[in-house]
Design a protein around this ligand. Structure first.
Ligand SMILES: [Zn+2]
Length: 343
């Protein structure tokens, strides 16, 4: 099969050939129809996931496909058949994992990640266990299904399961990129008033098109003061911080209102400064949100199928596997929104 691999830390993505993988007992072979290219792939290439990555590795963790072959024992235990459309959950955990048993496989210290710890979906085929497959209730265009599995599921997890955003609350979204643009839409779908803070005029316009009630330019004046002015001087109920920047982490904490929840999903490696007194005085909750769980993928699919989620801006650049490295370079350079590969 055709696949794209990263041979070593810092190496470009290169096209290669691998044997078509055979599903072992309890495994499923999926024919990949689409796989998103994401900032985590840049992180992987830079060596950000550490020494345990088995280079050369096939990246690709935002994938959609079709069940191609069932390993021994799968047909008896899972509601899966060859030809079924599936979204792929990129995490698996060992049997008996207590975090997974509590419904939180995303935070298990023992996660195995498709496209990081095991070969991913920048390939024609990939092997997954049935528990990592989510069947949509109706057909979804493959590039859309791929972005629902990560770019939509990640902010959905942060807003629904971590921040517990409630109808009528005010939500501030910091950064209107691949994650923040969806946070705007999910916030509206959950009944919040949404204020989007971002840099370029194009992204401010996109935020308004996606339903933001107000927008604040991040690079004109003080966005914290602008947000406070829009919230009666108090600050919002929830802030979701989608920008990989410690300076923006500090803005997120500074703008949260009394009793507010600040959710960090942007992954800056830099330190930010905060004062305990500023956090306890407002009873502010500063919350981490890591990835998502399969139910977030199901919720994202339902939002899309219910017509409550615009995805055109996420799938405007669909490219063949051969352009994987160009897609990654575009992402690094901030060109375009994001790319989806169709093997
Ligand atoms: Zn991703």
């Amino acid at each position: 099969m055709r696949a794209v691999e990263i041979a070593a830390v810092g190496a470009p993505l290169r096209l290669t050939r691998r044997p078509i993988p055979e599903p072992g007992p309890g495994e499923v072979r999926v024919r990949v129809e689409a796989c998103g290219v994401c900032g985590s792939d840049v992180f992987l290439q830079k060596g950000g996931f550490g020494d345990a990555v088995p280079f050369p590795v096939i990246p690709g963790h935002e994938a959609a496909g079709v069940v191609d072959a069932l390993g021994e024992g799968v047909a008896d235990s899972a509601d899966l058949a060859v030809g079924d459309q599936v979204a792929l959950y990129y995490i698996t955990t060992p049997a008996g994992d207590p975090w997974a048993a509590a419904g939180r496989p995303n935070i298990s210290p023992h996660v195995s990640r498709m496209g990081v710890d095991v070969d991913g979906a920048f390939a024609e085929y990939v092997i997954r266990p049935p528990a990592a497959l989510v069947k949509p209730r109706a057909h979804v265009p493959p590039p859309v299904l791929a972005v629902l599995t990560d770019a939509v599921a990640t902010p959905l997890h942060g807003l629904k399961r971590v921040a517990h955003l409630a109808p009528g609350e005010t939500l501030v979204v910091l950064g209107v990129g691949g994650l923040g643009s969806n946070a705007v839409q999910i916030g509206k779908a959950m009944g919040a008033r949404v204020i989007a803070v971002t840099r370029s005029e194009a992204k401010l316009r996109l935020a308004r098109e996606l339903g933001a009630d107000e927008t604040v330019p991040a690079d004109e004046g003080d966005p914290v003061a602008a947000v406070k002015a829009l919230t009666g001087g108090y600050g919002p109920d929830v802030v979701i911080q989608c920008v990989g920047s410690a300076a923006v982490d500090e803005q997120a904490i500074a703008m949260g209102g009394p009793g507010g929840r600040v959710v960090l999903i942007g992954s800056s490696l830099d330190h930010f400064r905060a004062r305990a007194v500023d956090i306890f005085w407002r009873e502010l909750s500063v919350l981490g949100s890591r990835g998502f769980i399969p139910d977030d993928i199901r919720d994202a699919i339902d939002l899309y199928l219910d017509g409550r989620l615009a995805v055109d801006h996420l799938v405007e650049t669909v490219r063949p596997l051969e352009e994987a490295d160009a897609a990654l370079e575009d992402l690094k350079a901030g060109r375009g929104f994001r790319s989806v590969l169709t093997p």
